[in-house]
Write a protein that binds this ligand. Structure first.
Ligand code: 13P
Ligand code: SF4
Length: 299
């Protein structure tokens, strides 16, 4: 299958992008692997006319919005992030009416329609920098309430209005389980994604995006880590740090949507190219703006 995938990629001028939460096998066959910020940026820089995006729908949609001329295909059209739907357009309009000088800041884990009603997108890798730099006093942060709360704590000079969206994978990580893991591995550092709940983040030695977690563990002199994010990151963590030990805090740190992406489905889509990302014409202009603004503000 791997040989066939390599052949088809060359023959059809296709680049494979994969998120760190996909299975290790998928990360191994991809041309570019990274966090959601890196993947949206690299999608605008690579020469190939077609991208096979091993990630969930909002990632494929963002790649399409930023590259309308490219063909974006998804290995599995049902791989969707539930949190991407957890903001309400009417509520956005209500907040805009109720608050003066408000910026609607949209986590990139959101549908194109939600992005179209927002002012700027962020990922967990650039959210702090971008929100700090915004001139607005009021920030309506959608859809992730946990990332929003983390940012509100880090940027006390701004007034945050929070949404109640959440990631079921990260909220399955409990403070109690992190404490138990720390009892078993007292020397371990706790590395957490900001989609975790506040009581978990309070226990963390480092909080950051998937690539932030990987870089921190790689540069750290510590040898043992408790990982509070989806366990797909283990592939890159172990590849880069053969002597170090990484532990999860439970058995539910798996994103079932990311795990829908299999080698069989990658091969099938390279052959058929049937799961093409298509968006309504009006989305290109409206939803593209907050994404472009994110890329400009991250430079
Ligand atoms: P990163 O932006 O850190 O890669 O995270 C994406 C994501 O889906 C987190 O659940
Ligand atoms: Fe969505 Fe959570 Fe999966 Fe990330 S880990 S894609 S936020 S469900």
């Amino acid at each position: 299958m791997i040989n066939k995938i390599e052949e088809l990629k060359k023959e059809k001028d296709i680049a494979i992008l994969a998120h760190y939460y996909t299975d290790g096998q998928i990360q191994a066959l991809a041309d570019y692997v990274g966090d959601s910020y890196y993947l949206s940026k690299i999608a605008t820089e690579i020469p190939q006319s077609t991208i096979l995006f091993c990630g969930v729908s909002f990632m494929g949609e963002s790649a399409k919005l930023l590259n309308p001329e490219k063909t974006i295909i998804m290995p599995d059209s049902y791989a969707d992030c539930p949190m991407a739907h957890m903001a309400d357009i009417d509520e956005i309009e209500r907040v805009r009416k109720d608050y003066e000088n408000v910026a609607v800041v949209c986590y990139v884990n959101s549908t194109a329609e939600i992005k179209a009603h927002s002012d700027v997108c962020v990922t967990s890798a650039n959210a702090l920098r971008i929100v700090k730099a915004l001139p607005n006093k009021n920030i309506y942060f959608i859809p992730d309430g946990n990332l929003g709360r983390y940012l509100a704590n880090k940027i006390p000079e701004k007034n945050f209005i929070l949404c109640d969206g959440f990631c079921h994978v990260h909220t399955s990580i409990t403070r109690e389980n992190v404490e138990k893991a720390k009892q078993v591995h007292p020397e371990a550092l706790v590395l957490a994604h900001p989609e975790c709940t506040w009581d978990v983040l309070e226990l963390a030695d480092y909080i950051g995006s998937t690539s932030g977690i990987i870089d921190y563990a790689t540069q750290s002199e510590a040898e043992v880590f408790i990982i509070c994010t989806e366990m797909g990151v283990l592939y890159e963590l172990e590849l880069k740090n053969p002597g170090k030990k990484f532990y999860s805090v439970g058995h539910r740190q798996f994103c079932p949507n990311m795990k829908r992406i299999t080698t069989e489905r990658v091969l099938e889509q390279l052959q058929n190219m049937s799961n093409v990302v298509e968006l309504d014409e009006e989305m290109y202009d409206k939803a593209n703006k907050p994404l472009e603004r994110m890329l400009a503000l991250s430079k």
